[in-house]
Design a protein around this ligand. Structure first.
Ligand SMILES: C[S@@+](CC[C@H](N)C(=O)[O-])C[C@H]1O[C@@H](n2cnc3c(N)ncnc32)[C@H](O)[C@@H]1O
Length: 432
Protein backbone atom coordinates (compact mmCIF):
# COMPACT_ATOMS: atom_id res chain seq x y z
CA UNK A 1 0.00 0.00 0.00
CA UNK A 2 1.26 3.47 -0.89
CA UNK A 3 1.11 6.18 1.72
CA UNK A 4 1.64 9.74 0.49
CA UNK A 5 2.08 12.51 3.01
CA UNK A 6 1.90 16.11 1.94
CA UNK A 7 3.61 18.29 4.53
CA UNK A 8 5.87 21.25 5.24
CA UNK A 9 7.98 19.13 7.61
CA UNK A 10 9.05 15.88 5.92
CA UNK A 11 11.83 15.39 8.49
CA UNK A 12 9.20 14.52 11.12
CA UNK A 13 8.30 11.36 9.22
CA UNK A 14 11.70 9.90 8.31
CA UNK A 15 12.50 8.30 11.70
CA UNK A 16 8.87 7.29 12.15
CA UNK A 17 8.83 5.14 9.02
CA UNK A 18 12.13 3.52 10.03
CA UNK A 19 11.13 2.56 13.57
CA UNK A 20 9.75 -0.62 15.10
CA UNK A 21 6.83 -2.45 13.46
CA UNK A 22 6.26 0.27 10.87
CA UNK A 23 9.95 0.07 9.93
CA UNK A 24 9.57 -3.68 9.53
CA UNK A 25 6.39 -3.29 7.44
CA UNK A 26 8.46 -1.07 5.18
CA UNK A 27 11.23 -3.64 4.90
CA UNK A 28 8.66 -6.36 4.10
CA UNK A 29 7.23 -4.08 1.37
CA UNK A 30 3.80 -4.10 3.01
CA UNK A 31 3.87 -0.32 2.79
CA UNK A 32 5.63 2.27 0.69
CA UNK A 33 5.78 5.77 2.12
CA UNK A 34 6.33 8.86 -0.01
CA UNK A 35 6.73 12.09 1.92
CA UNK A 36 6.22 15.16 -0.18
CA UNK A 37 7.43 18.60 0.77
CA UNK A 38 4.88 21.24 -0.13
CA UNK A 39 7.72 23.69 -0.72
CA UNK A 40 8.68 21.69 -3.83
CA UNK A 41 5.52 22.95 -5.48
CA UNK A 42 6.18 26.66 -5.22
CA UNK A 43 7.99 28.72 -7.84
CA UNK A 44 11.23 30.47 -6.82
CA UNK A 45 10.38 33.41 -4.56
CA UNK A 46 6.69 32.40 -4.48
CA UNK A 47 5.19 32.13 -1.01
CA UNK A 48 3.44 28.94 0.08
CA UNK A 49 0.97 30.83 2.25
CA UNK A 50 -0.99 34.02 1.96
CA UNK A 51 -3.09 36.15 4.32
CA UNK A 52 -6.74 35.29 4.88
CA UNK A 53 -9.34 37.43 3.16
CA UNK A 54 -11.28 39.58 5.59
CA UNK A 55 -10.14 40.83 9.00
CA UNK A 56 -7.83 38.51 10.94
CA UNK A 57 -4.10 38.03 11.21
CA UNK A 58 -3.81 34.40 9.98
CA UNK A 59 -1.88 32.97 7.06
CA UNK A 60 -3.29 30.08 5.03
CA UNK A 61 -1.70 27.52 2.72
CA UNK A 62 -2.46 28.46 -0.87
CA UNK A 63 -4.92 26.11 -2.62
CA UNK A 64 -2.97 25.98 -5.89
CA UNK A 65 0.15 24.71 -4.09
CA UNK A 66 -1.74 21.95 -2.25
CA UNK A 67 -3.48 21.07 -5.53
CA UNK A 68 -0.18 20.45 -7.29
CA UNK A 69 1.14 18.29 -4.46
CA UNK A 70 -1.99 16.12 -4.37
CA UNK A 71 -2.28 15.75 -8.11
CA UNK A 72 1.37 14.83 -8.58
CA UNK A 73 0.96 12.02 -6.03
CA UNK A 74 -2.19 10.75 -7.74
CA UNK A 75 -0.38 10.67 -11.08
CA UNK A 76 2.32 8.59 -9.41
CA UNK A 77 0.22 6.08 -7.43
CA UNK A 78 -3.32 6.43 -8.77
CA UNK A 79 -6.40 7.87 -7.12
CA UNK A 80 -5.99 8.09 -3.36
CA UNK A 81 -8.23 7.95 -0.34
CA UNK A 82 -7.48 11.48 0.89
CA UNK A 83 -7.49 12.44 4.55
CA UNK A 84 -7.22 16.03 5.79
CA UNK A 85 -6.80 17.07 9.41
CA UNK A 86 -8.64 19.73 11.34
CA UNK A 87 -9.79 20.24 14.94
CA UNK A 88 -13.24 20.66 13.40
CA UNK A 89 -13.10 17.26 11.71
CA UNK A 90 -14.70 14.01 12.78
CA UNK A 91 -13.06 12.50 15.87
CA UNK A 92 -10.53 9.76 15.08
CA UNK A 93 -11.89 6.49 16.48
CA UNK A 94 -11.33 2.79 16.00
CA UNK A 95 -14.78 2.62 14.39
CA UNK A 96 -13.78 5.31 11.91
CA UNK A 97 -10.56 3.49 11.01
CA UNK A 98 -12.52 0.28 10.44
CA UNK A 99 -14.96 2.10 8.18
CA UNK A 100 -12.06 3.40 6.04
CA UNK A 101 -10.33 0.00 5.80
CA UNK A 102 -12.00 -1.23 2.61
CA UNK A 103 -11.84 2.13 0.82
CA UNK A 104 -8.11 2.48 1.47
CA UNK A 105 -7.51 -1.13 0.41
CA UNK A 106 -9.46 -0.57 -2.85
CA UNK A 107 -7.39 2.49 -3.73
CA UNK A 108 -4.10 1.02 -2.52
CA UNK A 109 -3.15 4.65 -1.99
CA UNK A 110 -3.66 6.65 1.18
CA UNK A 111 -2.87 10.35 0.94
CA UNK A 112 -2.63 12.48 4.06
CA UNK A 113 -2.49 16.25 3.95
CA UNK A 114 -0.93 17.88 7.02
CA UNK A 115 -1.68 21.57 7.17
CA UNK A 116 0.07 24.35 9.15
CA UNK A 117 -0.41 28.02 10.08
CA UNK A 118 -4.13 28.85 10.35
CA UNK A 119 -4.88 25.88 8.11
CA UNK A 120 -5.58 26.00 4.41
CA UNK A 121 -8.01 27.62 2.04
CA UNK A 122 -11.45 26.08 2.81
CA UNK A 123 -12.04 25.14 -0.83
CA UNK A 124 -9.23 22.56 -0.86
CA UNK A 125 -10.87 20.36 1.78
CA UNK A 126 -14.23 20.77 0.11
CA UNK A 127 -12.82 19.71 -3.25
CA UNK A 128 -10.45 16.90 -2.30
CA UNK A 129 -11.12 15.46 1.17
CA UNK A 130 -12.63 11.99 1.52
CA UNK A 131 -12.38 12.50 5.28
CA UNK A 132 -11.52 15.39 7.60
CA UNK A 133 -10.18 14.00 10.85
CA UNK A 134 -9.65 15.53 14.27
CA UNK A 135 -7.54 13.96 17.00
CA UNK A 136 -9.45 15.75 19.75
CA UNK A 137 -11.00 18.99 20.88
CA UNK A 138 -7.75 20.92 21.14
CA UNK A 139 -5.70 22.90 18.67
CA UNK A 140 -2.25 21.81 17.54
CA UNK A 141 0.17 23.85 15.45
CA UNK A 142 -0.25 21.60 12.48
CA UNK A 143 -1.62 18.38 11.03
CA UNK A 144 1.60 16.36 11.27
CA UNK A 145 1.01 14.78 14.66
CA UNK A 146 -2.60 13.91 13.70
CA UNK A 147 -1.25 12.38 10.45
CA UNK A 148 1.23 10.26 12.43
CA UNK A 149 -1.55 9.15 14.80
CA UNK A 150 -3.71 8.23 11.84
CA UNK A 151 -0.98 6.21 10.13
CA UNK A 152 0.02 4.34 13.28
CA UNK A 153 -3.53 3.45 14.30
CA UNK A 154 -4.54 2.56 10.75
CA UNK A 155 -1.50 0.35 10.12
CA UNK A 156 -2.38 -1.79 13.14
CA UNK A 157 -5.37 -2.97 11.10
CA UNK A 158 -3.30 -3.93 8.07
CA UNK A 159 -2.61 -7.67 8.18
CA UNK A 160 1.05 -8.47 8.68
CA UNK A 161 2.03 -5.14 10.23
CA UNK A 162 1.69 -6.27 13.83
CA UNK A 163 2.36 -9.82 15.00
CA UNK A 164 -0.86 -11.07 16.55
CA UNK A 165 -3.94 -9.94 14.65
CA UNK A 166 -6.24 -11.38 17.36
CA UNK A 167 -4.89 -8.89 19.90
CA UNK A 168 -6.11 -6.06 17.61
CA UNK A 169 -9.60 -7.52 17.61
CA UNK A 170 -10.05 -7.64 21.37
CA UNK A 171 -8.39 -4.32 22.13
CA UNK A 172 -9.99 -1.23 23.65
CA UNK A 173 -12.54 0.52 21.45
CA UNK A 174 -12.90 -2.46 19.11
CA UNK A 175 -16.04 -3.60 20.94
CA UNK A 176 -18.22 -2.32 23.80
CA UNK A 177 -15.70 -3.14 26.55
CA UNK A 178 -12.19 -1.74 26.90
CA UNK A 179 -9.22 -4.07 27.39
CA UNK A 180 -8.68 -5.85 30.72
CA UNK A 181 -5.65 -5.06 32.91
CA UNK A 182 -2.53 -7.14 32.29
CA UNK A 183 0.43 -7.94 34.55
CA UNK A 184 3.93 -9.36 34.28
CA UNK A 185 6.82 -10.29 36.59
CA UNK A 186 7.68 -9.54 39.36
CA UNK A 187 4.66 -10.88 41.24
CA UNK A 188 5.07 -8.24 43.93
CA UNK A 189 5.99 -4.67 43.02
CA UNK A 190 5.80 -1.62 45.33
CA UNK A 191 3.70 -3.70 47.71
CA UNK A 192 1.15 -4.56 45.01
CA UNK A 193 0.49 -8.18 44.03
CA UNK A 194 -0.41 -9.60 40.64
CA UNK A 195 -3.96 -10.93 41.24
CA UNK A 196 -3.82 -14.58 42.26
CA UNK A 197 -6.51 -15.71 39.85
CA UNK A 198 -4.45 -14.90 36.76
CA UNK A 199 -1.53 -16.89 38.13
CA UNK A 200 -3.79 -19.87 38.84
CA UNK A 201 -3.41 -21.50 35.42
CA UNK A 202 -7.20 -22.02 35.35
CA UNK A 203 -8.11 -20.66 31.92
CA UNK A 204 -11.84 -20.63 32.58
CA UNK A 205 -11.42 -18.55 35.73
CA UNK A 206 -8.93 -16.23 34.05
CA UNK A 207 -11.31 -15.60 31.14
CA UNK A 208 -14.16 -14.79 33.53
CA UNK A 209 -11.96 -12.52 35.66
CA UNK A 210 -10.74 -10.65 32.58
CA UNK A 211 -14.28 -10.16 31.25
CA UNK A 212 -15.43 -8.78 34.59
CA UNK A 213 -12.41 -6.48 34.92
CA UNK A 214 -12.98 -5.13 31.41
CA UNK A 215 -16.65 -4.51 32.19
CA UNK A 216 -15.81 -2.83 35.49
CA UNK A 217 -13.31 -0.47 33.86
CA UNK A 218 -15.69 0.34 31.03
CA UNK A 219 -18.63 1.14 33.29
CA UNK A 220 -16.43 3.25 35.57
CA UNK A 221 -14.41 5.17 33.01
CA UNK A 222 -16.07 4.77 29.61
CA UNK A 223 -19.79 4.54 30.20
CA UNK A 224 -20.56 6.90 27.30
CA UNK A 225 -18.62 4.55 25.02
CA UNK A 226 -20.28 1.40 26.36
CA UNK A 227 -23.75 2.74 25.79
CA UNK A 228 -23.02 3.71 22.21
CA UNK A 229 -23.36 -0.01 21.30
CA UNK A 230 -26.23 -2.35 20.62
CA UNK A 231 -25.51 -4.71 23.52
CA UNK A 232 -26.65 -8.33 23.72
CA UNK A 233 -28.29 -9.75 26.85
CA UNK A 234 -25.03 -11.19 28.14
CA UNK A 235 -23.21 -7.86 27.75
CA UNK A 236 -26.07 -5.98 29.43
CA UNK A 237 -25.96 -8.38 32.38
CA UNK A 238 -22.19 -8.10 32.64
CA UNK A 239 -22.32 -4.29 32.63
CA UNK A 240 -25.19 -4.29 35.14
CA UNK A 241 -22.99 -6.03 37.69
CA UNK A 242 -21.01 -2.77 37.97
CA UNK A 243 -23.76 -0.18 37.65
CA UNK A 244 -25.03 0.55 41.16
CA UNK A 245 -28.74 -0.08 41.76
CA UNK A 246 -30.94 2.89 40.90
CA UNK A 247 -34.25 3.91 42.46
CA UNK A 248 -36.64 6.82 42.02
CA UNK A 249 -39.02 8.61 44.33
CA UNK A 250 -41.86 10.94 43.43
CA UNK A 251 -42.51 13.38 46.26
CA UNK A 252 -46.13 14.37 46.90
CA UNK A 253 -45.05 15.96 50.17
CA UNK A 254 -42.28 18.47 50.97
CA UNK A 255 -42.96 20.28 47.72
CA UNK A 256 -43.60 23.92 46.90
CA UNK A 257 -47.18 25.00 46.21
CA UNK A 258 -48.57 27.91 44.18
CA UNK A 259 -48.59 30.25 47.20
CA UNK A 260 -44.88 29.55 47.84
CA UNK A 261 -45.74 27.40 50.87
CA UNK A 262 -44.38 23.92 51.46
CA UNK A 263 -47.16 21.33 51.29
CA UNK A 264 -48.64 18.21 49.71
CA UNK A 265 -49.95 17.44 46.25
CA UNK A 266 -52.36 14.82 44.97
CA UNK A 267 -51.21 11.58 43.42
CA UNK A 268 -52.15 10.95 39.79
CA UNK A 269 -52.62 7.59 38.15
CA UNK A 270 -50.77 8.84 35.04
CA UNK A 271 -47.61 9.53 37.06
CA UNK A 272 -47.82 6.14 38.76
CA UNK A 273 -48.19 4.24 35.47
CA UNK A 274 -45.88 6.24 33.26
CA UNK A 275 -42.97 6.66 35.66
CA UNK A 276 -43.24 2.96 36.59
CA UNK A 277 -42.98 2.05 32.89
CA UNK A 278 -39.96 4.31 32.46
CA UNK A 279 -38.37 2.90 35.62
CA UNK A 280 -38.81 -0.64 34.27
CA UNK A 281 -37.38 0.35 30.86
CA UNK A 282 -34.21 1.75 32.37
CA UNK A 283 -33.71 -1.02 34.92
CA UNK A 284 -34.56 0.86 38.13
CA UNK A 285 -35.16 -1.43 41.08
CA UNK A 286 -38.11 0.40 42.59
CA UNK A 287 -40.13 3.54 42.13
CA UNK A 288 -41.44 5.02 45.39
CA UNK A 289 -44.39 7.33 45.79
CA UNK A 290 -44.35 9.49 48.88
CA UNK A 291 -47.55 10.81 50.38
CA UNK A 292 -48.28 11.18 54.07
CA UNK A 293 -52.01 11.65 53.41
CA UNK A 294 -54.05 8.58 54.32
CA UNK A 295 -56.83 9.26 51.79
CA UNK A 296 -54.25 9.67 49.00
CA UNK A 297 -52.55 6.45 50.06
CA UNK A 298 -55.91 4.66 49.97
CA UNK A 299 -56.60 5.86 46.40
CA UNK A 300 -53.13 4.81 45.21
CA UNK A 301 -53.48 1.47 46.97
CA UNK A 302 -56.58 0.59 44.91
CA UNK A 303 -54.59 1.12 41.71
CA UNK A 304 -51.55 -0.77 43.02
CA UNK A 305 -53.67 -3.70 44.22
CA UNK A 306 -55.30 -4.02 40.80
CA UNK A 307 -51.97 -4.13 38.90
CA UNK A 308 -49.79 -5.84 41.49
CA UNK A 309 -52.18 -8.57 42.71
CA UNK A 310 -55.58 -8.23 41.05
CA UNK A 311 -57.02 -8.76 37.58
CA UNK A 312 -54.38 -6.44 36.10
CA UNK A 313 -51.75 -9.18 36.41
CA UNK A 314 -53.33 -11.31 33.68
CA UNK A 315 -54.94 -8.37 31.85
CA UNK A 316 -51.56 -6.87 30.94
CA UNK A 317 -48.49 -8.66 32.21
CA UNK A 318 -46.11 -5.90 31.03
CA UNK A 319 -48.01 -3.24 32.93
CA UNK A 320 -48.05 -5.56 35.95
CA UNK A 321 -44.27 -5.88 35.72
CA UNK A 322 -43.85 -2.10 35.66
CA UNK A 323 -46.38 -1.25 38.38
CA UNK A 324 -44.94 -4.03 40.52
CA UNK A 325 -41.88 -1.77 41.00
CA UNK A 326 -44.03 0.84 42.76
CA UNK A 327 -43.92 1.16 46.55
CA UNK A 328 -45.72 3.66 48.70
CA UNK A 329 -44.13 5.47 51.66
CA UNK A 330 -45.23 8.22 54.02
CA UNK A 331 -41.98 10.20 53.78
CA UNK A 332 -38.53 10.20 52.19
CA UNK A 333 -36.87 8.72 55.30
CA UNK A 334 -38.95 5.57 54.89
CA UNK A 335 -37.74 5.34 51.29
CA UNK A 336 -34.10 5.69 52.32
CA UNK A 337 -34.60 3.10 55.06
CA UNK A 338 -36.08 0.56 52.64
CA UNK A 339 -33.24 1.02 50.12
CA UNK A 340 -30.60 0.81 52.84
CA UNK A 341 -32.15 -2.43 54.09
CA UNK A 342 -32.24 -3.94 50.59
CA UNK A 343 -28.75 -2.85 49.52
CA UNK A 344 -26.81 -2.71 52.79
CA UNK A 345 -25.73 0.86 51.96
CA UNK A 346 -27.51 4.20 52.19
CA UNK A 347 -28.41 5.67 48.80
CA UNK A 348 -26.95 8.81 47.29
CA UNK A 349 -29.74 11.26 46.55
CA UNK A 350 -29.84 13.02 43.22
CA UNK A 351 -32.39 15.78 42.97
CA UNK A 352 -33.57 17.07 39.71
CA UNK A 353 -34.72 20.60 39.52
CA UNK A 354 -36.48 22.67 36.90
CA UNK A 355 -34.73 25.76 38.27
CA UNK A 356 -31.15 26.90 37.81
CA UNK A 357 -29.03 25.92 40.77
CA UNK A 358 -25.72 26.99 42.15
CA UNK A 359 -25.51 23.84 44.31
CA UNK A 360 -21.97 22.84 45.24
CA UNK A 361 -22.64 19.35 43.93
CA UNK A 362 -24.20 20.27 40.65
CA UNK A 363 -23.65 17.45 38.13
CA UNK A 364 -24.28 16.97 34.45
CA UNK A 365 -25.61 14.00 32.51
CA UNK A 366 -22.03 12.91 31.80
CA UNK A 367 -21.03 12.59 35.46
CA UNK A 368 -22.09 9.00 36.15
CA UNK A 369 -18.57 7.99 37.21
CA UNK A 370 -18.52 10.77 39.84
CA UNK A 371 -21.71 9.42 41.39
CA UNK A 372 -20.93 5.74 40.95
CA UNK A 373 -17.41 5.79 42.37
CA UNK A 374 -18.68 5.29 45.93
CA UNK A 375 -20.56 2.11 44.93
CA UNK A 376 -23.66 3.35 46.80
CA UNK A 377 -27.18 2.91 45.42
CA UNK A 378 -28.64 5.95 43.68
CA UNK A 379 -32.03 7.51 44.40
CA UNK A 380 -33.48 10.04 41.95
CA UNK A 381 -35.73 12.46 43.79
CA UNK A 382 -38.51 14.03 41.74
CA UNK A 383 -40.82 16.77 42.93
CA UNK A 384 -44.41 17.59 42.07
CA UNK A 385 -46.26 20.91 42.44
CA UNK A 386 -43.75 23.73 42.05
CA UNK A 387 -40.71 21.59 42.82
CA UNK A 388 -38.92 20.09 45.80
CA UNK A 389 -38.82 22.09 49.04
CA UNK A 390 -35.47 23.58 49.96
CA UNK A 391 -34.97 21.23 52.95
CA UNK A 392 -35.22 18.21 50.59
CA UNK A 393 -32.85 19.78 48.06
CA UNK A 394 -30.41 20.43 50.91
CA UNK A 395 -30.42 16.73 51.80
CA UNK A 396 -29.46 15.70 48.28
CA UNK A 397 -25.91 14.71 47.46
CA UNK A 398 -26.12 15.89 43.87
CA UNK A 399 -28.33 18.13 41.76
CA UNK A 400 -29.00 17.55 38.09
CA UNK A 401 -29.80 20.72 36.23
CA UNK A 402 -32.90 21.56 34.29
CA UNK A 403 -33.74 19.91 31.00
CA UNK A 404 -33.97 22.43 28.24
CA UNK A 405 -33.77 22.78 24.52
CA UNK A 406 -33.44 25.65 22.10
CA UNK A 407 -36.49 27.43 23.50
CA UNK A 408 -37.43 29.40 26.58
CA UNK A 409 -40.24 27.03 27.63
CA UNK A 410 -39.35 25.14 30.80
CA UNK A 411 -42.48 23.35 32.02
CA UNK A 412 -42.19 19.60 31.47
CA UNK A 413 -44.49 17.22 33.31
CA UNK A 414 -42.64 15.16 35.92
CA UNK A 415 -43.35 11.94 34.00
CA UNK A 416 -41.83 13.39 30.82
CA UNK A 417 -38.87 14.84 32.73
CA UNK A 418 -38.17 11.58 34.57
CA UNK A 419 -38.13 9.61 31.29
CA UNK A 420 -35.66 12.04 29.78
CA UNK A 421 -33.50 11.93 32.91
CA UNK A 422 -33.45 8.12 33.07
CA UNK A 423 -32.55 7.98 29.40
CA UNK A 424 -29.79 10.56 29.70
CA UNK A 425 -28.38 8.82 32.76
CA UNK A 426 -28.83 5.11 31.99
CA UNK A 427 -30.07 4.82 28.42
CA UNK A 428 -28.29 3.01 25.63
CA UNK A 429 -27.60 5.56 22.92
CA UNK A 430 -26.49 3.94 19.73
CA UNK A 431 -23.98 5.93 17.75
CA UNK A 432 -24.01 5.48 13.98
C1 LIG B 1 -3.58 26.17 14.24
S1 LIG B 1 -4.48 24.89 13.47
C2 LIG B 1 -5.81 25.79 12.77
C3 LIG B 1 -7.02 25.79 13.66
C4 LIG B 1 -8.24 26.43 13.01
N1 LIG B 1 -8.07 27.83 12.83
C5 LIG B 1 -9.46 26.18 13.93
O1 LIG B 1 -9.62 26.87 14.92
O2 LIG B 1 -10.22 25.22 13.64
C6 LIG B 1 -3.49 24.46 12.08
C7 LIG B 1 -3.68 23.07 11.55
O3 LIG B 1 -3.29 22.12 12.53
C8 LIG B 1 -4.02 20.91 12.38
N2 LIG B 1 -4.69 20.60 13.66
C9 LIG B 1 -4.66 21.37 14.77
N3 LIG B 1 -5.36 20.77 15.77
C10 LIG B 1 -5.83 19.62 15.30
C11 LIG B 1 -6.63 18.58 15.84
N4 LIG B 1 -7.11 18.60 17.09
N5 LIG B 1 -6.94 17.51 15.06
C12 LIG B 1 -6.50 17.47 13.76
N6 LIG B 1 -5.77 18.42 13.20
C13 LIG B 1 -5.41 19.49 13.94
C14 LIG B 1 -4.99 21.16 11.24
O4 LIG B 1 -4.44 20.62 10.07
C15 LIG B 1 -5.09 22.67 11.19
O5 LIG B 1 -5.45 23.12 9.92
Amino acid sequence: MNISIVTLFPELYTPFFKTSLIGRAHEKNLINSDIVNLLNFTLPKQRIDSPTFGPGAGMLLRPDVVEQAIESQEIKYGKAFKVFFSPQGEKLTQKMLKSFEQKIKDNNHLLLVASRYEGMDARVEEYYADAVVSVGDFVLMGGDLPALCFIESYLRLVPGVIGKQESVERESFSGPFVDFPEYTAPIEWKGMQVPEVIRSGNHGLIKKWRERQAALKTVKKHFQWLRSFILNKEQINLAKEFIPPHYAVLMHSDVMLKDNQVGNTSITSLDIHDIARSAATFGLKNYFIVTPLKDQQAIAQVLLDFWQRGFGVEYNVHRHKAVNLVKMCANVDEVIEQITKAEGKTPLLIATSAKEHTHKNFITYFDQSKVWESGRPVLFVFGTGHGLAQHILDRCDFILGPIYGFSDFNHLSVRAASSIIFDRWLGIKIKE
